[in-house]
Design a protein around this ligand. Sequence first.
Ligand code: SAM
Length: 449
Amino acid sequence: MLPLDFTDSMRQQLGAEADDLFRSLQAEPSCSIRLNDKIDVLTFDCDTDEVPWHIDGYYLSERPQFTLDPLFHAGCYYVQEASSMFIEQALEQYVQPESVVLDLCAAPGGKSTLISQYLGEQGLLLANEVVRQRVFILSENIQKWGNGNTIVTHNAPSEFGEKCRNLFDCILVDAPCSGEGMFRKDMQAREEWSLKQVQLCAERQRSILMDVWDALKPGGVLIYSTCTFNRQENEQNVQWLCECLGADILPLDYDPSWGIQEGHGGIGYHFYPHLTRGEGFYVCCLRKHQEDFAPFRVKAPKKPTPAPLHPEYIQEMQKWLQHPERWAIRLTDRFATAYPAKYKELIDYLYTFLTCISCGFGLGEERGKGIAPQHSLSMLKDLKREAFHAVPLNHEQALSYLRTEALSLENVPLGMLLLTYEGVPLGFAKNVGNRQNNLYPNEWRIRHL
Ligand code: SAM
């Protein structure tokens, strides 16, 4: 049952069409995935259909058990609701790939992995999540995606507003909301919904926008999105933002056959599930008013940057990369992390005041008298595969590896092994002679099959 106050308010918003919306909210949700450019093709045991607004998006005619697919764990695709993939259109139309982007409310990482792929080698993404329990899954998904162009942080929106004044070319605020657009997927969203909650969400969204606003460069682009239908959390908040904070709405081009509806008063765009193939979604793109401003300046870090690793270790680790010149390396504790050299100064500075959960990718780790690769290197698109002996696994072996079970591989050389499934790296193992150590991260292992 849909909440009565919800059906009443939707009738006011949509008129007679509201009944079509209610019917669509009782139907099965569609299942869709977005492919990672780390693989060329992917086949599923069901029919697929293209998501029209994202070149890598596909609808699946049924929902496979993704946990049983090793390629899912290798970050070859992200299971993402189709409407959300429309963020790609906003990026293509208003954001240069060579941009510094903040995804403020990023967990679990659907839109962050999309932005990371869009920016590729040219840009830098800060994927932030304020809720502690959610930040680790965000970091895992980012590492599996494998671009190495993303810093995962755990900070409050106000910390960006205060300390990163005028830094970002683009900020995505995919705001926590009342979740009306998720009603057919998420029964809890239905149960928790109330008019009071809508009002509280709208207030919280305004406070998030106000807190982060100073971090956006004048002339920069804000993408505001929610997965809810009501006007308080959508059009009214955008209008408030334009009037109180100073921004102009940017129109987005789209094909009319996609069924996207312009928002009330031409403010933003709605995805209603009775008209568009996907869940409920709202998006609006805005440009911050241009004015004279003091550009964000990188200050010399107060704390000295950590001492570099032993030069021999650095040389050894650089052999694991296709383009070592693209990466700066830093040592924290006994771990070597690599991140885009192009943004080294900025990242070193951000490191001094943001709570960084992961930065770029884990490259190596000092172990005994040597250096061993870290798991996230195996996920990296810039990994030089020839640097390791590759061992192809079958489906059963791959799942066993992903459950961190003991391995029994035959005829493999001593030392570090790169385990692959259908040609895609899954992670490392080490053959120490009498056994092979499974090096898959324990915290990422498959727990239930
Ligand atoms: N962008 C994500 C994606 O595509 O996977 C989904 C984000 S979800 C709609 C909203 C996120 O905002 C949640 O991860 C939630 O923990 C976070 N959040 C909750 N309260 C917040 C607050 N006060 N400030 C910033 N983020 C908040």
